[in-house]
Design a protein around this ligand. Structure first.
Ligand SMILES: C[S@@+](CC[C@H](N)C(=O)[O-])C[C@H]1O[C@@H](n2cnc3c(N)ncnc32)[C@H](O)[C@@H]1O
Length: 184
């Protein structure tokens, strides 16, 4: 696939990313619970409609913070609508990325890249920016979907991450998906 033709998940199918069925199959607390502690600052890049971001906000507690970042304003609006008037408004920052730049300066404890790296046009510069956004010792949790991301493509992503200073520490088992934890 050419770099320019990479498909970005449309806002119209955001409902498929946040529903009861998915919560059962991919419980955010079970998946992220071992890595996210109270008081952490965590970043969800390619957050979509916030399926993970809002649960992350619960996990970091009142003393922590979540930055939910996405390319598409329509996805970010869905998160704003979900958290309006809730306690999460104070600990969840919404950030609009450019296609080729996340554009944050703050360093964080953990970055989640769930089902999004295969949509990024230049994975090399993206992962270099990801590394720069992590505190020393910080973690990146990458998950890619079955079927349309091959094992070879996933391993290539991990190789690029390695070339950019991120070391694989774990390969969590996530039914059918491809997953890795990397550390700065
Ligand atoms: C398949 S959705 C996954 C959403 C979310 N991570 C989840 O698992 O529910 C991929 C998301 O990544 C976003 N995305 C794609 N390329 C991006 C980029 N270069 N920077 C930031 N977000 C991006 C899309 O807009 C879309 O919301």
């Amino acid at each position: 696939m050419s770099e320019k033709s990479k498909h970005v998940c449309p806002v119209e199918i955001a409902g498929g990313l946040d529903n009861r069925m998915r919560r059962w199959a991919q419980n955010p607390r079970k998946i992220l619970g071992p890595y996210i502690k109270k008081g952490m600052v965590v970043l969800d890049v390619g957050c979509g409609p916030g399926f993970f971001s809002i649960e992350m906000a619960k996990m970091v507690g009142e003393t922590g913070r979540v930055i939910a970042a996405d390319l598409q304003e329509g996805m970010l609006q869905k998160i704003r609508d979900k958290i309006r008037g809730t306690e999460f408004e104070d600990r969840l920052t919404i950030h609009k990325c450019d296609k080729d730049k996340i554009g944050l300066s703050e360093q964080v404890d953990l970055i989640l890249l769930f089902y999004m790296v295969h949509e990024v046009p230049d994975v090399e510069s993206f992962l270099s920016e990801i590394e720069s956004l992590l505190k020393p010792g910080g973690l990146v949790f990458i998950v890619e979907p079955p079927f349309h991301v091959s094992k070879k493509a996933f391993e290539n992503t991990l190789k690029i991450a390695g070339d950019n200073g991120l070391t694989i520490t774990e390969r969590p088992k996530l039914f059918l998906n491809k997953a890795a934890i990397l550390q700065k």
